[in-house]
Design a protein around this ligand. Structure first.
Ligand code: SME
Length: 167
């Protein structure tokens, strides 16, 4: 008898998804909810050194809530530029194991060694993304991608209205 291979979700990811759902339900509004999600991801997963959300604004990505050791200068990134812009253009999750080896990489922090960028969709359209920088090389894998894709689906309804997204 053959059995389908069912890949188990790590317990830490299931726990975090439950906390994220609760935080969104309890938050005062969408902006507070997104900030809470970013904080949860950063605080519960030590390799997630810098966690930020970019929202699509016209042909750019505009930085929304973030948590990490430092602010980034990249508060507006044209779609198509950088790893962030590549993920927004393609709608594909990007995992960069070694940022120095990726010519698309836009440097933000000297400490960053690896990066994952996960698009946020509304229907078929990319409306934003989760960007996470790691201080360890090769900090992210497919398990992180699947987890963060579930988080992205929870963030999608929290996109701010256009007036609130003006930087
Ligand atoms: N490294 C990103 C830019 C954003 S910062 O990491 C916060 C990129 O290559 O698009």
């Amino acid at each position: 008898m053959s059995h389908p291979v069912i890949e188990e979700r790590p317990a830490a990811h299931g726990d975090a998804l439950n906390l994220v759902r609760a935080a969104i339900a309890e938050a005062a509004g969408p902006g507070a909810a997104v900030q809470r999600v970013v904080d949860l991801l950063h605080d519960r997963f030590p390799p997630y050194d810098w966690v930020g959300i970019y929202w699509v604004e016209g042909s750019d990505l505009v930085l929304g809530p973030w948590t990490g050791p430092e602010a980034t200068d990249h508060i507006r990134i044209p779609i198509g530029t950088g790893v962030c812009g590549a993920a927004a253009a393609s709608g594909q999750t990007e995992i960069v194991a070694d940022v120095e080896a990726d010519p698309r990489y836009l440097a933000c922090f000297a400490s960053t060694k690896s990066e994952i960028v996960v698009p946020i969709f509304d229907g078929g359209a990319v409306i934003g993304e989760i960007d996470i920088d790691g201080s360890d090389p090769d900090a992210f894998d497919g398990t992180d991608a699947r987890f963060l894709e579930e988080i992205a689906a929870l963030l999608s309804p929290l996109r701010p209205p256009p007036s609130a997204r003006e930087a």
